[in-house]
Design a protein around this ligand. Structure first.
Ligand code: SF4
Length: 375
């Protein structure tokens, strides 16, 4: 029997646009949102094939801007269209300022089982620099409200290497996260994309990012601190308490397949990869007209699938099992890539032991270099 699929549902609305954001999102528009939820439900039903599905993930944008009744409608459509067990993991990304205890309780009632709060920092000055609408205190309160509303699976996102942030300031946020006590956390390095408003602000205010060495120290010190506090790093950017790894995100790293709904969403099933039109209105119009919202689709051959699976699988702390990859892809990883990977092994970035290949912590920091082999 094949591994159950995940469903990714994109929600492109935000209350304000953060200064660093490069996601597919736009400002909240109530009429557009109502039409969008209709389109999502129609699209989900149209794709119905009864396949087994054990995770649903509402990502954005700011999915917590959906009304709980809208979330319930989308989940209901998913349950009609696919075989979703009662204990499925159903995650909703939320911004702390968009919720209160009553709303969180209603979201739980609607079928959400896991929350992922975009916190980014526990320092109010840093939050303002990023253009976030919430304070550190609001983020802590949102987590408490989630607990009171009955959520026992809550993740927080933090961003490191912010403009003007020192290693010590970053670690203050990490300590605050540990004290707040979520079940899972994602720690990302801020990526400054060209033309981000944050670039302009940084030039005007003379904020800069500390040297690359500091980014490495931030990463390593945070992981050490989290592990000392009982967390386990299971992926380059993700840590969890035992048993609280994101089941949905594991589908990306283990390459086990997910379907996509919503504008700009990407899907992956067997050898097919596809992406929907990015524009919200275009997605709604296409679905309403009975047309396919896919903007681009391709089929991967076996070699491309192996390369992609390695690229994703090596993000996991446990790395990849070489035997199972040989069985799955009919190709020997070492024969194909051994020579190209040797420099990374000699540099202490990659380890081959007990039939597995995995990145070391230093290798995780330099993963882009190691993974060039698969691009
Ligand atoms: S809330 Fe998230 S998606 Fe929306 S603008 Fe900010 S970073 Fe981007």
């Amino acid at each position: 029997m094949s591994t159950p699929l995940g469903l990714y549902v994109h929600v492109p609305f935000c209350s304000a646009i953060c200064h660093y954001c490069n996601f597919n999102r736009g400002l909240m528009d109530a009429a557009l949102k109502a039409a969008y939820v209709d389109a999502l439900c129609t699209h989900v039903r149209r794709e119905a094939d009864g396949a087994a599905v054990d995770t649903i993930y509402f990502g954005g944008g700011t999915p917590s801007l959906l009304e709980p009744a809208e979330v319930a409608r989308v989940i209901g459509a998913c349950r009609e269209a696919f075989a979703v067990p009662a204990d499925a993991e159903v995650t909703l990304e939320a911004n702390p300022e968009t919720v209160d205890e009553a709303r969180l309780a209603a979201l739980r009632e609607a079928g959400i089982t896991r929350l992922s709060f975009g916190v980014q920092s526990f320092d109010d000055a840093e939050l303002r620099r990023l253009g976030r609408l919430h304070s550190a205190a609001r983020a802590i309160e949102a987590l408490r409200e989630a607990r009171r509303a009955g959520f026992d699976n809550v993740s927080l996102d933090l961003m490191m290497w912010l403009p003007g942030q020192t290693v010590a300031q970053w670690l203050t946020s990490v300590d605050a996260l540990i004290a707040a006590g979520p079940d899972h956390a994602s720690l990302y390095l801020l990526e400054l994309y060209p033309n981000a408003p944050l670039q302009e602000l940084m030039a005007r205010e003379q904020w800069s990012q500390t040297p690359d060495d500091d980014a490495a120290d931030m990463y390593e010190a945070a992981m050490d601190r989290l592990e000392a506090a009982g967390w386990r790093q299971y992926e380059i950017s993700n840590v969890a308490r035992p048993g609280r790894e994101s089941r949905h995100n594991l589908k990306y790293w283990q390459d086990t397949g997910w379907l996509a709904f919503g504008c700009g969403a990407h899907g992956s099933r067997d050898d097919r990869r596809w992406r929907h039109v990015a524009d919200t209105r275009a997605y709604i119009d296409r679905v309403a007209a009975g047309a396919d919202p896919v903007a681009e689709a391709r089929r991967l051959d076996r070699a491309a699938r192996l390369a992609e699976a390695l690229f994703m699988g090596l993000r996991l702390a446990e790395g990849v099992d070489l035997d199972s990859y040989r069985v799955r892809f009919g190709d020997d990883v070492w024969t194909r890539y051994g020579e190209a990977l040797m420099p990374s092994i000699e540099a202490g970035l990659l380890v081959r032991e007990s039939g597995r290949l995995r990145l070391t912590r230093r290798g995780m920091l330099l993963a882009n270099e190691v993974m060039q082999v698969f691009v």
